[in-house]
Design a protein around this ligand. Structure first.
Ligand SMILES: C[S@@+](CC[C@H](N)C(=O)[O-])C[C@H]1O[C@@H](n2cnc3c(N)ncnc32)[C@H](O)[C@@H]1O
Length: 361
């Protein structure tokens, strides 16, 4: 059999259905149907679109994302195009981050996978383009990850068994103000006393203590409370300044519109930000017929499922710009989300799309 890389280019030329030996099921064949145009090569089913190519060329044609899963360069020469050093990561990521910001909505969550130093290097770029840090999740692969592989006499640091998955949301700005600032600004415009906001919302002190707070205690008013705030302000506030809490300066935001001003998050019961889970070694690992792992960075499906479930609903759109073996898109598909993903390397691409195709009996 020709190498995967060769077979993809011949496939693209022949514009036909490809059948080739599945990597993990020796002797069997899988039929892979690709949509090939002069500019694009795509594998798709009813909910997933997997592109062979550079995601930078594709973002503009993907539906707006509820979730972006970024698992790109780590600065460790992990794949063709991964820089040798974390110092080069800001430059590597910037065009992608810029493109994400141009398409993201306030309800979009970004999950940024990387090493500790890789993430630290890229964080300022994410902030510059409007991504607000929410929290860091640490994937602890446990001691078994390094078992039998550590020469403590030579090591100059503790052995590393972790990766990070950092959560960001896309911070909306209204006339240059963050939501926190805008809420207070609008209330002050009404000329009403601050504590009247509590009365407006029917709460003891939550409005002044949380919703109009400008510090770390700020809390996004639940849509039903926001509605009460808006109603009160537009009934009792200074007539000359109305409407209050309006983005278009014509109508105040409705509670449904307000609900979409922040990312979704469903906290799973019993989990913390430390994810204790072995490295991927079982049958889920995609291997060559000789038993060699195809991709150094293949992520476990259960971790991908966890972040997707936490930040999206059925039918929502998930982006996976650095597909590898498309673990994020596969998890999304299994969870009945829609997914757009890209992989630039032909070998990874072909092994990746095979994961979506059931092995023939
Ligand atoms: C860290 S790996 C992702 C592994 C993946 N999460 C998985 O579970 O298999 C990053 C992948 O991004 C691909 N890549 C790098 N730059 C890309 C780009 N501009 N467009 C599409 N894919 C890219 C690399 O070839 C590599 O396979």
């Amino acid at each position: 059999m020709p190498s995967k890389r060769q077979s993809l280019s011949s496939l693209i030329q022949s514009k036909t259905l490809l059948s080739y030996a599945a990597p993990s099921t020796v002797g069997r064949k899988k039929a892979v149907e690709l949509t090939i145009s002069p500019t694009q090569t795509i594998w798709q089913n009813e909910a997933v679109m997997l592109h062979y190519g550079d995601s930078l060329d594709l973002y503009h044609q993907w539906d707006v994302p509820t979730v972006i899963i970024s698992d790109g360069a780590y600065g460790v020469l992990g794949f063709n195009g991964d820089p040798a050093n974390h110092g080069d990561l800001p430059q590597w990521y910037e065009p992608h981050i810029k493109a994400w910001s141009e398409r993201a909505l306030p309800l979009t969550t970004l999950w940024f996978w990387n090493s500790e130093i890789g993430w630290a290097a890229v964080h300022p770029i994410l902030e510059r383009y409007g991504w607000r840090y929410v929290g860091t999740n640490i994937w602890d692969k446990g001691k078994s990850h390094i078992a039998g592989n550590v020469n403590t006499k030579q090591l100059r640091q503790f052995p590393v068994v972790t990766e990070l998955c950092v959560q960001y949301v896309f911070e909306p700005k209204i006339r240059g103000l963050s939501l926190k600032q805008w809420l207070l600004h609008e209330w002050q415009r009404t000329g009403l006393r601050l504590r009247e906001a509590n009365q407006a919302c029917g709460v003891a002190d939550a409005a002044t203590r949380k919703y109009l707070n400008q510090g770390h205690l700020w809390y996004f008013p639940p849509p039903e409370r926001f509605e009460l705030l808006v109603e009160y302000a537009n009934t009792h506030g200074d007539v000359g300044g109305r409407p209050y809490f309006s983005v278009d300066t014509i109508n105040p935001l409705t509670s449904a519109e307000w609900a979409k001003m922040r990312a979704k998050f469903y906290c799973p019961y019993g989990f913390t930000n430390v994810w204790q889970r072995d490295g991927l070694r079982n049958a889920e690992r995609v291997k060559t017929q000789q038993g060699k792992g195809i991709h150094l960075n293949q992520k476990p499906l259960d971790l991908m499922e966890r972040i997707i479930c936490a930040s999206s609903d059925v039918n929502d759109v998930i982006w996976e710009p650095f597909g590898g073996l498309f673990s994020g898109a596969l998890a999304a598909n299994q969870l009945k989300r829609r997914a757009y993903a890209a992989e630039i390397d032909a070998t990874y691409y072909l092994y990746g799309i095979e994961r979506f195709i059931p092995t023939p009996k």
